[in-house]
Design a protein around this ligand. Sequence first.
Ligand code: MN
Length: 292
Amino acid sequence: LKICRFNNNRLGVVSGEEVIDVTAALDILPARHYPFPAHDLLVENLAQLMIAAETLVPHGIRHRLNDVKLLSPIANPGKIIAAPVNYAKHLQEVLADPNLHYQNRIDHIQRAGLFLKSNSSLSGPTAGVPITLPSRRTDHEVELVVVIGRQAKNVNANDAQKYIAGYCVGLDMTIRGPEERSLRKSPDSYTVLGPWLTSADEVAHPNNLGLELKVNGRSKQNSNTRDLILNVEALIAFASSFYTLYPGDLIFTGTPEGVGEIVPGDEIEAFIEKLGSIKTRVLPALNDQGAT
Ligand code: MN
C-alpha cells in the first residue's frame, strides 16, 4: 500500500494518479494523554491502519495526485537518523572538492558513524525549501529513507527486514561548511520526505533501487542503492547498536555522487524506483516567522 498525508492533515491511499481519502482510518489510533509517546502512532499501528484504509477505499473521495498538497508521510518520527558518505563514489567526490568538505574532516561511514537531523526540519514536498543561509552553499542530496516499524535494539542485520515498515524518498538538504552536520542539515524544511510511505511488502529488494535527482529537468544524481557501503540491513544493525529504534523513526541512508548547489527558483525532482518521485521548489530565505 502507498499511504500519503495531504492537504489539511488528510490521510490518503495512492492508486495510480489518484489519491483516495481514507482519513477516517485514523480513528483506529488509540487516544493518548500527556506525556505523549515519543514515536509515531500511525506507524506503530500501521497493520491495522492499512486494513481500515483498504475498507474505506471503495467509498473514499478521489483527488488527482497533481491537485493535492503532499505533506511528510510520517508526521511524528521520534528521531531522524542519517548516514554520512555511504556511497564510495560520493566519498571520492567529497574528497576531491574543497567546497564539499572542511579541512579534510570527512571519512567513510564506518569511521564517521551516524548523525541526527532535527525533527523540526521535516517537511513535505509541496512546502518547498527556503534557503536558510543565502551567503553559503546549499546542496541537494537524494536518499532512500527507511521507516522503522517496530521497536528495535541491537538488531542483527540478518533479522533487520522485519523491523522495516516501509520506504520513502528523502532529500537531505545540506549547507556546506565547518559546522556539525546536525546543525548544517537541520534548518526548517531541510529534511524533505515524500511522496508517500510505500509499505515494505511492495519493496522486495531495497538494496537494488535506482535513484535519480534532477534540478530544473537536468539529471544531477543517478545511482542505485546497490552501491550503498552499509546497506539497509547493515544500517539498521548499526543504528540500533547505539539507539533504540521506535516505530516511525527514519533512517536516511546516504546520498550518491553528483551533489550540487541549488538556488532559489530551482525545481528539484527526486525519484526512487518503486517509491515514486517528489517535486519541490527552492525558495528565497524567510524573514522572522516565529510568532504566528
Ligand atoms: Mn546525506
